[in-house]
Design a protein around this ligand. Structure first.
Ligand code: OAD
Length: 236
């Protein structure tokens, strides 16, 4: 294996599945039980903010209990033991990368433990409930806090930074994402046309098949640690 200098790791709900969290599009997935149009669009939040707050308050209770699994911990090991710049770009709103002490994490779809004031842009850390009565500690306006989750119809976060990471990486790993939500679904293409080696870790092939040089099928909690051990070993 060549020695890599810039590694980008894109993660999706599949990396958190072995921590007991439901993915979005599986048969018992979050979007089957809660239609996107009711809880994850700008219109839904404008129409019924109390309902949307309730949904994320409940989801938060579940997500904060979850613990990182061997796939998250393997990334920590890679970041400690492999001499490259290694960035984690995650679509997940859970905080399992943080709990595993990964570094250089970009939550492009937001994160469950934050709320953002729509009046002044102030972001608060919050592990408790947020609702239509919550007052922004910065501007003191009530009822303008929104879960810091990127809804369909909103721009993704950190995209300038992520774009430059994708254009300069020499290894791109995609872990546990179905590759159907853009723009994240196109990240592999950007990395590939800019010269990166691209590898997908998933239970099955995804719609982005064509741009991956390599597929590693199986549970990420098993396949990723094995791959990372090999990468570290070959570098010594
Ligand atoms: P999905 O639910 O669409 O896809 C999860 C993927 O993980 C699937 O391809 C599974 O095959 C795979 N998978 C499941 N368990 C796995 C395991 N143990 N090891 C490896 N792979 C496994 O979730 P995402 O692709 O993350 O957006 O969804 C992307 C976005 O759609 C989410 O961030 C969310 C949603 O709308 C927002 O909330 C803004």
């Amino acid at each position: 294996m060549p020695e890599y200098k810039n590694i980008v790791i894109l993660t999706g709900a599949g990396i958190s599945a072995e921590s007991g969290l439901a993915t979005f599009r599986s048969s018992n997935g979050l979007w089957n039980n809660h239609p996107v149009e009711d809880v994850a669009t700008v219109e839904a939040f404008q129409r019924n903010p109390a309902y949307v707050h309730d949904f994320y308050n409940e989801l938060k209770k579940e997500l904060v209990k979850a613990q990182p699994n061997p796939a998250h911990l393997a990334i920590t090991k890679l970041q400690k033991e492999y001499p490259a710049k290694i960035s984690v770009v995650t679509q997940n709103v859970d905080t399992l990368h943080e709990k595993a002490q990964n570094s250089n994490i970009y939550h492009i779809h937001g994160q469950i433990n934050q709320a953002v004031c729509q009046n002044c842009g102030h972001i608060i850390e919050t592990f408790g409930d947020v609702d239509t009565q919550t007052v922004c500690p910065n501007c003191q306006v009530m009822g303008m806090m929104k879960p810091n989750i990127v809804f369909f119809g909103e721009n993704l976060l950190y995209m300038d930074k992520v774009d430059s990471l994708l254009r300069t990486c020499d290894l791109f790993l995609s872990i546990g994402t179905s590759g159907v939500v853009f723009p994240a679904a196109a990240f592999v293409q950007i990395a590939k046309i800019n010269g990166a080696h691209t590898i997908e870790f998933n239970l099955e092939p995804t719609s982005n098949n064509y741009y991956f040089d390599q597929h590693i099928f199986g549970k990420a909690g098993t396949t990723l640690p094995a791959f990372i051990d090999e990468l570290i070993k070959n570098n010594k």
